[in-house]
Structures are given as structure tokens and as C-alpha cells.
Design a protein around this ligand. Sequence first.
Ligand SMILES: Nc1ncnc2c1ncn2[C@@H]1O[C@H](COP(=O)(O)OP(=O)(O)OP(=O)(O)O)[C@@H](O)[C@H]1O
Length: 317
Amino acid sequence: MIASELAIATSNLTKQFERHIAVNKLELEVQPGEVYGLIGPNGAGKTTLMRMLAAVEEPTTGEIHIYGDRLLTDNSHPRLKQKLGYLPDDFPLYEDLNVWDYLDYFARLYHLRLPHRRRRIQEVLELVQLTSKKNSNIKTLSRGMKQRLSLARTILHDPLLLLLDEPVSGLDPIARMQFREVIRILQSVGMTVLISSHVLSDLAELCTSVGIMELGSLVESTSLKDLYERLSHQQIIIKTLGDLNQLQQELKGFPNVEEWEIISHQNSLRVNFAGGDEESAKLLKHLIHKEIPIAEFHCTQEDLESIFLNLDHKQAS
Ligand SMILES: Nc1ncnc2c1ncn2[C@@H]1O[C@H](COP(=O)(O)OP(=O)(O)OP(=O)(O)O)[C@@H](O)[C@H]1O
């Protein structure tokens, strides 16, 4: 894909703080409409990258193109910056305001005029599922609601590209799920989203592509579809009511059975299997023929977490 069609294209992007290189010759490509998950341990350079993409940090060298236009930190291209929405990981909320007044304050900063301003605030409240809280004081909101309110502020000016830095860290599982739901809605209305996390499982269900950052470099960048096709193995979970050793004995040397692991306390095995449906049906038939008391036999795909572990970027998990 040529650079002008990409939502984000960086070339040789580097940020050096004195002697420390936080982002190192990074080549990132994100296509329009994607939810791109940027995974990496603390200090990998995710925040520095996001800040450069949001034009609040100047690159030491290299270039950034957003929807084909060169992004610069000076004021030479205000229209381009309007396409960006950036949610930093530590942006403060004004706890004493109510939800509506808070958004109204920022909408004024974006020069949104009435009656459009009112309509837009209603729209974003709906998008982030906070309409029922519009008159609530911010300090009475749960952490998850506050994070969705921050997101509402970030999309007031209807950006094309959202940069979200660790937006779900510190949220409980339900709040994470609700946040993910909102991201899906934003994707469905045409926004491209770059979202960072140091925990892969936060992003696995949500992203269309993922990139792994380590020590300032992008060590992997791929669509989830490719990743599954390239690296995922079929697995079969087999549970026996009988002796696990007997089951393992039958698996030894059986066609397509690779390795397996014992799922502790469940009398089950997770078996890596190279065959398809027909071959797994043969395995099941064989085990029944050998009178193994099978309580469960189901085929599943290896999950993203283990695919990544196999890539050997252990920090990314
Ligand atoms: N303003 C700065 N001055 C000096 N060093 C910095 C500065 N900002 C970041 N760094 C260093 O650059 C490296 C990358 O930091 P960055 O915050 O981008 O990583 P991160 O992947 O976002 O980590 P985290 O998940 O902890 O936020 C770190 O070693 C950090 O100490």
C-alpha cells in the first residue's frame, strides 16, 4: 500500500533522549479502519511513539505521514492535527465539573459553535455510553466511566485517527469490556485506532493488527488474520474419566499428534494436532475403540497469547 493511502506511515522514525534511544528507526504502517494494538513492556517506547504521532514530541530523525500528509510539530498543518485524537495515559479530569460541562468546556476549546456543539456532545455521550450520566458530577463516576469520558473528550472534534495510550490499564474486567465495546463502535463509524498496552490479552479480542515493540524497535507487525494463518496450531482438549497415563499411551505415535501438556487438576490434556477434522475424528474413534472413557474432546485454535510466546518475544506477553 502506498503511503498516501495509509492512516499512519512512519519511516526511520527515531527519538533519542540524550544518550538513550527511546524509538529506533521505526517503520510503522497502519491502514485506515484498523484497530492496531501496540504491545510492549514498560519502557519499550510506546508512549514516546504515540507522542510523536500526536505531534507533541518532535522526532530526532525520520518522518511521519498521516493519511498521506507529512506531520510536523509546528503549526504549519492545523487541518492535519484536527484529524488526530490523542488520549495520553495521564490526562487529568476536572472532578468538580459535571459530565456535560466538562465536554462543553473542551468543545469550546475546539471552537465548536452552538447548535452543533450541543449535538456533538450528545453524539459523543451516546458513543461512549454515558448519556445517562450527563448531569453527574465527575467525581461520582466509576473509573471505567471516567476513562470513557476521557475518550469522549478525545473524539469531540471527530478525528479520523485515535491514539490511545494504555487506556484500559487499571480498569477492572467489566470496565475493560465496556471500553472495548466503545472502541468497536468507534471503528464501525470509520475511525482508525492505535491502542497501546503492555498486556496482550487486553488487545487480543479487539485488534485487527498487532505490533510488538521492544527496546524502541518494532519487532513484529502483522494482521491478526495473517498471524493466525501463519502460526496458529490446532489443539484438541481431551478429558478422560480414567487414567491419564493410559490416554497418553494411546496418543504416543498416533498420526498428527505432536506434543501435549497436562491441564492440571482436570484429568485433561491439551494436544497440539497437525491434522484437520477428518484426522481428529479418527483419533476420537481410536480412543473410544481402546475404551478410554472420554468425557470431553474438543478442537480449538491456539490462542494469541501462546502464539506470541512462540514468537519468542517473551517480554510482550
Ligand atoms: N522525556 C524523556 N527524557 C528522557 N528519557 C525518556 C523521556 N521519555 C521517555 N524516556 C525514556 O524512553 C524510554 C521509553 O519510554 P516510553 O515511556 O516511551 O515507554 P513505554 O513503552 O510507553 O513504557 P510505559 O509502558 O512504562 O509507559 C524509557 O527508557 C524512558 O525512560
